[in-house]
Design a protein around this ligand. Structure first.
Ligand SMILES: [Zn+2]
Ligand SMILES: [Zn+2]
Length: 262
Protein backbone atom coordinates (compact mmCIF):
# COMPACT_ATOMS: atom_id res chain seq x y z
CA UNK A 1 0.00 0.00 0.00
CA UNK A 2 1.74 3.14 -1.15
CA UNK A 3 -1.28 5.44 -0.97
CA UNK A 4 -3.40 6.71 1.88
CA UNK A 5 -6.34 9.03 1.40
CA UNK A 6 -7.63 9.15 4.99
CA UNK A 7 -5.47 11.56 6.99
CA UNK A 8 -6.57 14.07 9.62
CA UNK A 9 -4.91 17.18 11.03
CA UNK A 10 -4.97 18.82 14.46
CA UNK A 11 -7.69 21.22 13.25
CA UNK A 12 -10.40 18.67 14.10
CA UNK A 13 -9.25 18.96 17.76
CA UNK A 14 -8.90 15.22 18.32
CA UNK A 15 -5.84 14.62 16.13
CA UNK A 16 -2.26 15.57 16.97
CA UNK A 17 0.86 16.68 15.11
CA UNK A 18 1.68 19.28 12.50
CA UNK A 19 0.61 18.84 8.89
CA UNK A 20 4.25 18.48 7.88
CA UNK A 21 4.84 15.73 10.46
CA UNK A 22 2.14 13.67 8.72
CA UNK A 23 3.89 14.17 5.38
CA UNK A 24 7.30 13.22 6.78
CA UNK A 25 5.97 10.12 8.55
CA UNK A 26 4.09 9.04 5.42
CA UNK A 27 7.22 9.39 3.28
CA UNK A 28 9.25 7.53 5.86
CA UNK A 29 6.72 4.69 5.74
CA UNK A 30 6.95 4.45 1.95
CA UNK A 31 3.72 6.27 1.07
CA UNK A 32 3.95 7.93 -2.35
CA UNK A 33 0.42 9.40 -2.51
CA UNK A 34 -0.97 11.12 0.57
CA UNK A 35 -4.47 12.52 0.71
CA UNK A 36 -5.46 14.79 3.57
CA UNK A 37 -9.12 14.37 4.51
CA UNK A 38 -9.71 16.14 7.78
CA UNK A 39 -13.20 16.34 9.28
CA UNK A 40 -15.11 18.77 7.08
CA UNK A 41 -16.43 22.02 8.53
CA UNK A 42 -20.21 22.14 8.29
CA UNK A 43 -22.66 24.99 7.87
CA UNK A 44 -26.33 25.44 8.66
CA UNK A 45 -26.78 24.07 12.18
CA UNK A 46 -29.49 25.64 14.35
CA UNK A 47 -28.55 28.45 16.71
CA UNK A 48 -24.95 28.54 17.86
CA UNK A 49 -24.48 24.75 17.84
CA UNK A 50 -21.19 23.55 16.44
CA UNK A 51 -19.81 19.99 16.29
CA UNK A 52 -16.97 19.28 18.68
CA UNK A 53 -14.98 17.00 16.39
CA UNK A 54 -14.58 18.91 13.13
CA UNK A 55 -12.56 21.90 12.02
CA UNK A 56 -14.22 25.28 12.29
CA UNK A 57 -15.28 27.00 9.09
CA UNK A 58 -12.65 29.64 9.80
CA UNK A 59 -9.92 26.96 9.77
CA UNK A 60 -10.64 25.83 6.23
CA UNK A 61 -8.59 28.51 4.47
CA UNK A 62 -5.51 27.72 6.54
CA UNK A 63 -6.02 23.98 6.00
CA UNK A 64 -6.17 24.38 2.22
CA UNK A 65 -3.18 26.73 2.12
CA UNK A 66 -1.07 24.52 4.35
CA UNK A 67 -1.75 21.33 2.38
CA UNK A 68 -1.17 23.15 -0.92
CA UNK A 69 2.15 24.54 0.36
CA UNK A 70 3.25 21.07 1.45
CA UNK A 71 2.29 19.70 -1.96
CA UNK A 72 4.68 22.19 -3.59
CA UNK A 73 7.43 21.71 -1.01
CA UNK A 74 7.51 17.92 -1.44
CA UNK A 75 6.67 17.75 -5.14
CA UNK A 76 8.60 14.92 -6.78
CA UNK A 77 8.91 13.07 -3.45
CA UNK A 78 5.28 12.48 -2.58
CA UNK A 79 1.99 13.41 -4.25
CA UNK A 80 -0.27 15.29 -1.87
CA UNK A 81 -4.00 15.63 -2.39
CA UNK A 82 -6.43 18.01 -0.70
CA UNK A 83 -9.61 16.38 0.54
CA UNK A 84 -12.14 16.20 3.36
CA UNK A 85 -13.94 13.48 5.28
CA UNK A 86 -17.57 14.51 5.28
CA UNK A 87 -20.91 13.30 6.58
CA UNK A 88 -23.92 13.46 4.33
CA UNK A 89 -26.57 15.48 6.12
CA UNK A 90 -29.33 15.75 3.51
CA UNK A 91 -30.87 19.01 4.74
CA UNK A 92 -27.52 20.79 5.07
CA UNK A 93 -25.57 19.28 2.18
CA UNK A 94 -26.46 21.68 -0.70
CA UNK A 95 -25.41 24.68 1.38
CA UNK A 96 -22.21 22.86 2.38
CA UNK A 97 -21.28 22.28 -1.27
CA UNK A 98 -21.82 25.99 -1.96
CA UNK A 99 -19.68 26.91 1.03
CA UNK A 100 -16.79 24.62 -0.01
CA UNK A 101 -16.76 25.61 -3.67
CA UNK A 102 -14.13 28.40 -3.60
CA UNK A 103 -11.53 26.34 -1.74
CA UNK A 104 -10.22 24.04 -4.47
CA UNK A 105 -10.85 20.81 -2.53
CA UNK A 106 -10.11 17.86 -4.82
CA UNK A 107 -12.04 15.06 -3.16
CA UNK A 108 -14.29 14.00 -0.31
CA UNK A 109 -14.67 10.65 1.38
CA UNK A 110 -17.91 9.80 3.12
CA UNK A 111 -17.62 9.26 6.87
CA UNK A 112 -21.19 8.88 8.12
CA UNK A 113 -20.73 9.44 11.86
CA UNK A 114 -24.37 10.38 12.56
CA UNK A 115 -27.88 9.60 11.42
CA UNK A 116 -29.70 12.75 10.27
CA UNK A 117 -27.03 15.16 11.53
CA UNK A 118 -24.84 15.54 14.60
CA UNK A 119 -27.02 18.23 16.18
CA UNK A 120 -30.31 16.29 15.98
CA UNK A 121 -29.45 12.69 15.19
CA UNK A 122 -27.91 9.54 16.64
CA UNK A 123 -24.18 8.78 16.72
CA UNK A 124 -23.79 5.83 14.34
CA UNK A 125 -21.84 3.88 16.98
CA UNK A 126 -25.02 3.96 19.11
CA UNK A 127 -27.34 2.57 16.47
CA UNK A 128 -29.33 -0.23 18.08
CA UNK A 129 -32.61 -0.77 16.21
CA UNK A 130 -33.14 -2.27 12.80
CA UNK A 131 -34.92 0.89 11.66
CA UNK A 132 -31.85 2.94 12.55
CA UNK A 133 -29.61 0.46 10.76
CA UNK A 134 -31.73 0.77 7.62
CA UNK A 135 -31.65 4.52 7.93
CA UNK A 136 -27.86 4.42 8.17
CA UNK A 137 -27.62 2.38 4.98
CA UNK A 138 -30.15 4.63 3.22
CA UNK A 139 -28.20 7.73 4.18
CA UNK A 140 -24.90 6.20 2.99
CA UNK A 141 -26.38 5.14 -0.36
CA UNK A 142 -28.04 8.50 -0.91
CA UNK A 143 -24.70 10.14 -0.14
CA UNK A 144 -22.76 8.02 -2.62
CA UNK A 145 -25.35 8.75 -5.33
CA UNK A 146 -24.68 12.50 -5.08
CA UNK A 147 -21.58 11.79 -7.17
CA UNK A 148 -19.24 13.89 -5.06
CA UNK A 149 -17.75 11.20 -2.82
CA UNK A 150 -14.67 9.22 -3.91
CA UNK A 151 -15.25 6.35 -1.50
CA UNK A 152 -17.01 5.38 1.69
CA UNK A 153 -14.88 5.32 4.85
CA UNK A 154 -15.55 2.69 7.52
CA UNK A 155 -18.93 1.55 6.08
CA UNK A 156 -19.16 -0.88 9.00
CA UNK A 157 -18.75 1.79 11.72
CA UNK A 158 -22.44 1.42 12.53
CA UNK A 159 -22.78 -0.05 16.02
CA UNK A 160 -25.22 -2.86 15.24
CA UNK A 161 -24.92 -6.54 16.13
CA UNK A 162 -22.67 -8.05 13.47
CA UNK A 163 -24.12 -11.53 13.89
CA UNK A 164 -27.61 -10.64 12.66
CA UNK A 165 -28.95 -11.30 9.16
CA UNK A 166 -30.15 -7.70 8.88
CA UNK A 167 -26.62 -6.41 9.47
CA UNK A 168 -25.31 -8.49 6.58
CA UNK A 169 -28.28 -7.49 4.43
CA UNK A 170 -27.71 -3.75 4.98
CA UNK A 171 -23.94 -4.05 4.54
CA UNK A 172 -24.59 -5.77 1.23
CA UNK A 173 -26.91 -2.96 0.21
CA UNK A 174 -24.19 -0.36 0.86
CA UNK A 175 -21.60 -2.50 -0.92
CA UNK A 176 -23.92 -3.01 -3.92
CA UNK A 177 -24.48 0.73 -4.18
CA UNK A 178 -20.72 1.41 -4.08
CA UNK A 179 -20.10 -1.26 -6.70
CA UNK A 180 -22.80 0.12 -9.01
CA UNK A 181 -21.21 3.56 -8.79
CA UNK A 182 -17.70 2.19 -9.31
CA UNK A 183 -16.54 3.30 -5.86
CA UNK A 184 -14.31 1.31 -3.52
CA UNK A 185 -15.15 0.70 0.12
CA UNK A 186 -12.67 1.32 2.91
CA UNK A 187 -10.98 -1.04 5.31
CA UNK A 188 -10.30 1.27 8.24
CA UNK A 189 -7.03 0.82 10.11
CA UNK A 190 -7.98 3.07 13.04
CA UNK A 191 -10.72 0.57 13.86
CA UNK A 192 -8.03 -2.12 14.14
CA UNK A 193 -5.50 -0.08 16.14
CA UNK A 194 -8.26 1.11 18.52
CA UNK A 195 -9.64 -2.40 19.03
CA UNK A 196 -13.10 -1.49 17.71
CA UNK A 197 -15.55 -3.90 16.09
CA UNK A 198 -14.73 -2.59 12.61
CA UNK A 199 -13.49 -3.48 10.08
CA UNK A 200 -15.58 -6.62 10.51
CA UNK A 201 -15.51 -9.88 8.61
CA UNK A 202 -19.25 -9.67 7.92
CA UNK A 203 -18.83 -6.42 6.01
CA UNK A 204 -15.71 -7.53 4.14
CA UNK A 205 -17.48 -10.70 3.03
CA UNK A 206 -20.55 -8.70 1.99
CA UNK A 207 -18.34 -6.37 -0.06
CA UNK A 208 -16.55 -9.32 -1.67
CA UNK A 209 -19.88 -10.95 -2.54
CA UNK A 210 -20.97 -7.75 -4.30
CA UNK A 211 -17.70 -7.60 -6.27
CA UNK A 212 -16.37 -4.44 -4.61
CA UNK A 213 -12.76 -3.40 -4.33
CA UNK A 214 -11.41 -2.06 -1.05
CA UNK A 215 -9.05 0.76 -0.18
CA UNK A 216 -7.13 0.62 3.04
CA UNK A 217 -7.54 3.89 4.93
CA UNK A 218 -5.26 4.65 7.84
CA UNK A 219 -7.64 7.25 9.30
CA UNK A 220 -4.49 8.81 10.73
CA UNK A 221 -5.10 11.04 13.75
CA UNK A 222 -1.39 11.01 14.62
CA UNK A 223 1.70 10.85 12.37
CA UNK A 224 2.56 7.62 14.17
CA UNK A 225 -0.35 5.93 12.34
CA UNK A 226 1.93 5.49 9.32
CA UNK A 227 4.13 3.13 11.33
CA UNK A 228 1.30 0.77 12.35
CA UNK A 229 2.50 -2.13 10.22
CA UNK A 230 0.76 -4.82 12.31
CA UNK A 231 -2.64 -3.25 11.68
CA UNK A 232 -1.86 -2.99 7.98
CA UNK A 233 -0.90 -6.64 7.80
CA UNK A 234 -4.02 -7.62 9.69
CA UNK A 235 -6.21 -5.63 7.29
CA UNK A 236 -4.58 -7.29 4.28
CA UNK A 237 -5.11 -10.73 5.82
CA UNK A 238 -8.76 -9.95 6.61
CA UNK A 239 -9.35 -8.83 3.02
CA UNK A 240 -7.64 -11.95 1.68
CA UNK A 241 -9.69 -14.31 3.77
CA UNK A 242 -12.90 -12.50 2.77
CA UNK A 243 -11.88 -12.70 -0.90
CA UNK A 244 -11.94 -8.91 -1.18
CA UNK A 245 -9.56 -7.34 -3.68
CA UNK A 246 -7.49 -4.41 -2.42
CA UNK A 247 -6.80 -1.41 -4.61
CA UNK A 248 -5.40 2.05 -4.09
CA UNK A 249 -7.14 3.43 -7.13
CA UNK A 250 -10.26 5.58 -7.18
CA UNK A 251 -11.29 8.86 -8.73
CA UNK A 252 -9.92 11.43 -6.31
CA UNK A 253 -11.08 14.37 -8.43
CA UNK A 254 -14.81 13.79 -8.16
CA UNK A 255 -15.58 16.89 -6.10
CA UNK A 256 -13.26 19.05 -8.19
CA UNK A 257 -14.95 17.81 -11.39
CA UNK A 258 -18.41 18.30 -9.92
CA UNK A 259 -17.64 21.99 -9.42
CA UNK A 260 -16.12 22.30 -12.90
CA UNK A 261 -19.37 21.12 -14.47
CA UNK A 262 -21.57 23.65 -12.61
ZN1 LIG B 1 -11.60 11.76 13.65
ZN1 LIG C 1 -11.53 9.73 9.65
Amino acid sequence: MTANYHTHTARCRHAVGSDEEYVLAAMDAGITTLGFSDHCPYVGFDGDYYSSYRMYCDDLKDYCESITELREKYRGKIDILLGLETEYYPALFPALLDFLRPYGIQYMILGQHYLDDDQHGTWTRWVKTEDELIKYADQCCEALRTGVFSYIAHPDIVGYDRETPEFTREMRRIARCAKELGLPVEINLLGITSGRDYPCTQFLEAAAAEGCTAIIGRDAHTPHAFYETDALEKAIKMAESAGLRITDKADFHKLENYYKKL
